[in-house]
Ligand binder design. Structure first.
Ligand code: DPP
Ligand code: ZN
Length: 873
């Protein structure tokens, strides 16, 4: 269809004051009676026809103020009242839906034996006719009725107000009332046979809140960590943002069939069970961290998303970017702040920079979309979070806190825009943020270059900064953005060179006080006086802006930063830069000897005893996909992967004794605990194991096998299996078989088994993936399974990008196969092609052919059609 444009936004002509739903759950014929209290919007067009959205709906009864209306006014996609009353009126519509036939997992569907819903962005219109747009806020009351045996648990939004049996039947009901006006995308119900883990908390103002996590029968023990994370998140939001919970109950439900990670429905969060269930034997440290993050994220949406929602879907980052920022800060406070930042930036570079540098690039606040489901992206989420972080860096923590308070105060109960949000910080800081707004509307990753000149005679260090943003689809010309560069000067002896007044260097008082250079022009020169020889500028500390920074730092300069920078992020980043330079040098056939890094890496390993999580990050090289973007064009991923492995092998050999010592020391580690300290120690040991194995595969495989056999937790077991995964042979196949038979009953572990095999960088992996698609445990109907095997394969840099095109064909075929059933999952899989233009011409031709095969299919979903068209565009 036609793209939807931000410039076409109009306020709704009608408002809904109250929604009463009466839902009779049934596996194949659920009946929904919706009673809407409507009235003309004084700000809308008087007498305009009323169009309610539908999606594949069938109406069985319609009445206006109690008078029946002909069913002909309802088509599957829309219900029209040509001449609605010019006063408040009541519209009743009855619809009939089949949750069992709902394979798209949008609207009301079945997961296992349970009923659940997903309404963001436009799923409510698959349940009933409605003004299904986020700026229509209403008070919902939901009565749910079902056979008690089928669905003993009945949950809705808000507070429970009544429940009981339906006399003379085997049915029962529950009534839920949500006093907070909300848009329809936050509506949810759940019905089913579920077990529950209960707890309770009290807000600072003394409101008691009953907490519950609902899971499949028998799994409540695996919900304990999620419950713990929920309580921590609730307390943190009160302490840090002053935001308290506002209902009597907070329910979380874990289901195994879910397109996304989770959903923040008011008072009734529904989760992909991957972000709820955990036990040491079944979940990795990364899984625990993911649960902590996503539980917090959905909870934090209660204020940033639910109490203050989005005016329209172009404002999606208003809630998502801000809520990601909030969950990142929460996790940083719960764990190591520096390590959390490093992990977040690694993910940003791998996913968001890749998106921003390819055909799917779009701005954080897009001005048009064809299919909103395709905009739940790394750009909206993660780049959006970086924008929030930049506000704080630019205006300072106090003005940032005042701006947030103003936002909560002024926009509570409304549907807001990013301009509204920005206005709060302009007001709280007294700054003109109009240029800063370009971060929202301009796509692409800005490039910043820093060039230094040191004059030994005058002891003046000149720093030349320049910025530019490469063109992106539809935006050929870019204007300069405001780039906050947190900075310092690091002397060769490791001490920090003070910047005295700032004025001498050409810094404003604010820049000097904040320690932040604001680069808002295409270029800028700074002059630092009385600088000791060998001093290195440390720029972009803490990754203060989502840019690609290139400096003229020598390897020796980088080693200085790596060793001495007071900013842990830049210590890590300097190491990453040296390591990628090594890989790229090796790729060009030059020497890729890690010898110059021996001392610095040895120091990292030695201090690893104190900060193992940080050491593990230093010892993990940039991913092939990240390096590919660094190269920028005509990439041969096989050569790149090989060059990266050679550097890993070089480090593994050079530092083998140190790594062995790390492994030996770890043997006495205590019992498993999923906290930051335990996770850090395991990450460090497993990084050591991985590098040792790169240097000496035979010995590495033996060590990995021993760890695989002896592990008492999934983190170490899976890390060992991943190392084995890189060493072809019978030992690997036997370990894989054993892993499957040991964990076949645990779906989330079976997902790991599929994903691990999809990631093997060997020529027969496409064959293996095709074989695994025939495995009895594989199903195209389960998103987690598809993401594990096909999504995992799409992220395999050498095998997805095979020169013969077999990898592209495999993913394209699955996308085509899946599109008719679940367009959202299909379109996400197609995202694997986001970097196809970086490849050398041979691969590019194969990728393009595969994309054309997809786009040429008849009857594609809007989701897949949009991604295919933009990927080719
Ligand atoms: N709004 C959800 C989330 O990001 C996605 N459906 O939490
Ligand atoms: Zn979210």
């Amino acid at each position: 269809g036609q793209p939807i444009r931000l410039s076409d936004y109009r306020v709704p002509d009608y408002l809904v004051d109250a929604v009463d739903l009466d839902i009779h759950l049934h596996e194949t014929a659920t009946r929904i009676r919706a009673t809407l209290q409507l009235r003309p919007n004084p700000a809308g067009v008087a007498g305009a026809p009323l169009h309610l959205d539908g999606d594949g709906l069938v109406a069985t009864a319609i009445a206006l103020d109690g008078e029946p209306l002909p069913l002909g006014i309802a088509e599957p996609e829309r219900l029209t009242l040509a001449e609605p009353p010019r006063r408040a009126f009541t519209l009743m519509v009855e619809t009939l839906v089949d949750p069992s036939a709902n394979s798209a997992l949008m609207g009301l569907y079945r997961s296992g034996s349970a009923f659940c819903t997903q309404c963001e962005a436009e799923g409510f219109r698959r349940i009933t006719y409605y003004l299904d747009r986020p700026d229509v806020l209403s008070v919902f009351t939901t009565r749910i009725e079902a056979e008690r045996a089928v669905a003993p648990v009945l949950l809705g939004n808000g507070n429970p107000v009544a429940a009981g049996d339906v006399p003379g039947t085997d049915r029962h009901f529950a009534v839920w009332h949500d006093p907070h006006p909300k848009p329809s995308y936050l509506f949810a119900i759940v019905g089913g046979r579920l077990d529950v883990l209960r707890d309770a908390t009290t807000t600072g103002a003394g409101r008691p809140v009953d907490l519950a996590v609902y899971v499949e029968p028998g799994k409540t023990a695996q919900a304990a960590y999620a419950m713990d994370a929920l309580k921590r998140a609730m307390h943190w939001d009160e302490r840090v943002f002053g935001r308290a919970y506002d209902l009597d109950v907070f329910n979380v439900v874990a289901v195994s069939d879910f397109n996304m990670g989770a959903m923040e429905n008011k008072g009734l969060n529904i989760f992909n069970d991957k972000y709820v269930l955990a036990s040491p034997e079944l979940a990795t440290d990364a899984d625990y961290a993911g649960i902590e993050t996503v539980i917090a994220h959905e909870y934090f949406h209660n204020w940033t998303g639910n109490r203050i929602t989005c005016r329209d879907w172009f404002q999606l980052s208003l809630k998502e970017g801000l809520t990601v920022y909030r969950d990142q800060e929460f996790s940083a406070d719960q764990r190591s702040r520096a390590v959390k930042r490093i992990a977040d930036v690694r993910a940003l570079r791998a996913r968001q920079f890749a998106e921003d540098g390819g055909p799917l690039a779009h701005s954080v606040r897009p001005d048009a979309y064809s299919e909103i489901n395709n905009f739940y992206t790394a750009t909206i989420y993660e780049k959006g979070a970086e924008i929030i972080r930049m506000y704080r860096t630019l205006v300072g923590p106090e003005a940032f806190d005042r701006g947030m308070a103003l936002y909560f105060d002024r926009y509570d109960g409304t549907a807001a825009t990013v301009e509204d949000f920005l206005g709060c910080f302009a007001e709280s800081s007294g700054r003109d943020l109009s240029q800063f707004f370009r971060w929202y509307v301009q796509a692409g990753t800005p490039r910043v270059t820093a060039t230094t000149r040191y004059d030994a005679a005058t002891r003046v260090l000149t720093l030349d900064l320049a910025q530019d943003t490469p063109p992106t689809p539809g935006q050929p010309v870019k204007r300069p953005v405001v780039v906050p560069l947190r900075f310092g000067l690091v002397r060769r002896d490791g001490t920090e060179q003070p910047v005295r007044t700032g004025a001498e260097a050409g810094l404003s008082a604010t820049e000097h006080d904040h320690g932040v250079i604001e680069l808002s022009t295409p270029s800028r020169r700074l002059r630092f006086e009385d600088v000791a020889p060998g001093t290195v500028p440390s720029l972009l500390r803490g990754f203060s802006a989502p840019v690609r920074l290139t400096t003229d730092a020598t390897d020796a300069d980088l080693v200085t930063l790596m060793t001495h920078d007071e900013d842990a992020f830049n210590r890590w980043d300097a190491a990453q830069t040296v390591l990628s330079r090594l890989v790229l040098a090796g790729l060009r056939g030059g020497p890729a000897e890690p010898a110059p890094l021996r001392a610095a890496l040895s120091a990292v390993i030695e201090t690893g005893a104190r900060d193992p999580a940080f050491a593990a990050q230093v010892l993990t090289l940039p991913a092939v996909s990240e390096l590919a973007h660094e190269i920028g064009r005509d990439v041969d991923p096989d050569a790149l992967h090989a060059a990266r492995e050679r550097v890993r092998a070089g480090i593994g050999t050079m530092l083998a004794p140190a790594f062995r010592a790390v492994l030996a020391a770890g043997r006495n580690a205590g019992p498993y605990a999923p906290d930051a300290a335990g996770a850090g120690a395991r990450a460090f040991r497993n990084a050591a194991l991985s590098l040792l194995a790169a240097g000496d595969p035979e010995n590495g495989a033996a060590l990995a096998l021993a760890q695989f056999d002896g592990a008492d937790n999934m983190t170490d077991r899976l890390a060992a299996l991943s190392v084995l995964g890189l060493v072809p042979g019978a030992a690997r196949e036997a370990a894989l078989a054993r892993f499957y038979s040991d964990f076949a009953d645990h779906a989330l572990v079976v997902d790991k088994w599929f994903a691990l095999q999809a990631a093997i960088p060997e020529a027969d992996t496409p064959e293996r993936v095709r074989r695994l698609m025939e495995h009895p445990a594989f199903s195209l109907a389960v998103p987690n399974r598809v993401y594990a095997l096909i999504g995992g394969f799409g992220a395999n840099p050498t095998q997805f990008n095979r020169p013969d095109g077999a990898g592209y064909d495999l993913v394209a075929s699955v996308v085509i196969l899946l599109d008719g059933k679940n367009p959202q999952v299909a379109s996400r899989l197609l995202g694997a092609f986001r970097s196809w233009r970086l490849m050398e011409p041979g691969r590019r031709a194969k990728a393009e052919a595969a994309l054309r095969r997809v786009s040429g299919q008849p009857a594609l979903s809007p989701d897949v059609k949009d991604i295919a068209a933009r990927s080719l565009g």
